[in-house]
Design a protein around this ligand. Structure first.
Ligand SMILES: *[C@@H]1O[C@H](CO)[C@@H](O)[C@H](O)[C@H]1NC(C)=O
Ligand SMILES: *[C@@H]1O[C@H](CO)[C@@H](O)[C@H](O)[C@H]1NC(C)=O
Ligand SMILES: *[C@@H]1O[C@H](CO)[C@@H](O)[C@H](O)[C@H]1NC(C)=O
Ligand SMILES: *[C@@H]1O[C@H](CO)[C@@H](O)[C@H](O)[C@H]1NC(C)=O
Length: 286
């Protein structure tokens, strides 16, 4: 590889992640197969990871290896092996660091009084993209939050701030929080002992969730969901309700930090940077 770029790459990766995440990427996601490019496998793997971390475009990887070689590598890893990697990533998010027992114990330790039941939070996250697929309309991508083209993804995390489930990503105009929540079929993925914290955008969909769960043979009840009280306009919240509302709000917003953390580790997914160019939302979603 060109010059001593690989040494610089190793240093960046070590500083950002330490050893374990890089080791996981190398041994589990990349695996032990041969990828295109006349370089050592381990160095190609590091370049793929560096691409996400640096936020530089594929063309910028020219400083390491010719663009055509990088592109073949990129394509083989993210596109050709999409279904296998996607399956593995989902399975490991769900099972490596979180289980119903861990979640319940973490909630008892970490949650404020009165909110000890909440084991998971669901949130919709908008990510800025520059989407290049000429056949598709850009207007469906508009995000009011980000004032530009973006995709929305539902993210579930537990009280140890472990992200356990991620929905598919939808164009922002199409992807409504409530309907995306229904489509995730979470009743198959979370436990009947879990309690899902959510904001007001979701609570109108709880009944539908429970019905779908019942049809599929699961039992979810109101105690599996917690959301702020909603009143008709003009109706005042009682003192207790206001107290709960504020408490829930500040508890919930503490989970937002997760996304700025993700953005600071992976410049490619940082909404403050120049928007990301992708060929297909599903590859972005992995
Ligand atoms: C595809 O991904 C799986 C799991 O992430 C990995 O074990 C495997 O080595 C990859 N296979 C190929 C052919 O790239
Ligand atoms: C939920 O149930 C409705 C019918 O009540 C059905 O149309 C819909 O496809 C179901 N959704 C899921 C995600 O199972
Ligand atoms: C918390 O869980 C207990 C036991 O399952 C239940 O009785 C109670 O209603 C739940 N409280 C809330 C606020 O969901
Ligand atoms: C308000 O909260 C207090 C203490 O948490 C409780 O004793 C009281 O019954 C609550 N009042 C109402 C109207 O729910």
């Amino acid at each position: 590889m060109k010059g001593n770029t690989i040494d610089e790459i190793k240093e960046v990766l070590l500083n950002r992640f330490g050893f374990i995440p890089v080791f996981y990427f190398l041994t589990v996601l990349y695996g032990n197969v041969e990828y295109p490019g006349p370089y050592r496998e381990i160095e190609k793997e590091l370049v793929l990871l560096y691409h996400m971390v640096s936020g530089e475009s594929g063309k910028d990887m020219h400083k390491v290896m010719p663009y055509a070689t990088f592109y073949d590598l990129y394509k083989r890893f993210w596109i050709t092996n999409y279904s296998e990697s996607n399956k593995k990533v989902k399975q490991d998010l769900n099972g490596m660091f979180s289980s119903p027992h861990i979640r319940i114990l973490a909630s008892l330790i970490n949650n404020p009084d009165g909110l000890k039941n909440v084991t998971l939070f669901i949130d919709g996250h908008d990510s800025k993209i520059k989407y290049y697929k000429p056949s598709e309309s850009h207007s469906l991508l508009y995000s009011y939050k980000l004032k530009g083209p973006a995709v929305r993804t539902q993210v579930i995390q537990d009280m140890n701030e472990i992200i356990t489930h991620v929905s598919i990503s939808e164009k922002c105009v199409v992807g409504n929080d409530g309907t995306m929540f229904i489509q995730m079929k979470l009743y198959k993925k979370i436990s009947e002992a879990d309690c899902l914290g959510m904001d007001g955008g979701y609570n109108l969909f709880i009944q539908k969730f429970k019905d779908n769960a019942t049809d599929a043979g699961y039992g979810f009840y109101n105690r599996n969901f917690l959301h702020p009280i909603r009143k008709e306009p003009g109706q005042k919240l009682t003192l207790n309700e206001t107290h709960f509302y504020n408490k829930f709000g500040s508890f919930h917003s503490s989970t937002e930090a997760q996304f700025s953390m993700l953005g600071s580790k992976f410049e490619r997914f940082n909404n403050n940077r120049a928007a990301l160019q992708i060929s297909d939302i599903k590859y972005y979603n992995i």
